[in-house]
Design a protein around this ligand. Structure first.
Ligand SMILES: [Mg+2]
Length: 126
C-alpha cells in the first residue's frame, strides 16, 4: 500500500511541484491549503506517515499547525518537514522544538525532497 503524505501549502503551484517530486515513488498525496485545512485532513487521514508543510499561510501558519498537531495523540511523533522560503533561526528552533525532522528552503530540488520523504516515511513505518 502506498505511504500517505500530507502536503500543506497555500500555493497550489508548490503543492503540484511537491506532488510531482514525490511522483517518482509510491506515495499517495493528500493536499491541504493552510493549517486549519491540514488539521481537518489529518483527522480524515490518520494513516498519514509524513507531513510536508509550508510556514507562511493564511488562517493558520505551519508552526501553529505543528503545535496543534502534536496535541493529537496519533500525531505526536509523525515526521514533519517544513518547506518554506523562511530561514530565521527562531522559526527553525520553534519547529525543531515541536519535533520537525527537516527544514527545506524553497525553491527545492525535487530529488532532495524525494530522498528526504523516502527516508522519513520509512522511519515512521519501522
Ligand atoms: Mg505560503
Amino acid at each position: 500500500m502506498a505511504s500517505k503524505v500530507l502536503v500543506v501549502d497555500d500555493s497550489m503551484m508548490v503543492r503540484q511541484q511537491v506532488k510531482r517530486a514525490l511522483g517518482a515513488a509510491d506515495f499517495a498525496v493528500v493536499e491541504a491549503q493552510d493549517g486549519m485545512d491540514a488539521l481537518e485532513k489529518v483527522m480524515q487521514n490518520q494513516d498519514v506517515c509524513l507531513i510536508i508543510c509550508d510556514v507562511n499561510m493564511p488562517r493558520m501558519g505551519g508552526l501553529d499547525f505543528l503545535e496543534a498537531l502534536r496535541k493529537i495523540p496519533v500525531f505526536t511523533s509523525v515526521p514533519v518537514v517544513m518547506l518554506t522560503t523562511e530561514a530565521q533561526p527562531d522559526l527553525v528552533a520553534r519547529a525543531k522544538g515541536l519535533g520537525a525532522k527537516g527544514w527545506i528552503i524553497k525553491p527545492f530540488k525535487p530529488e532532495m525532497l524525494l530522498a528526504a520523504a523516502q527516508k522519513l516515511a520509512a522511519s515512521k513505518a519501522a
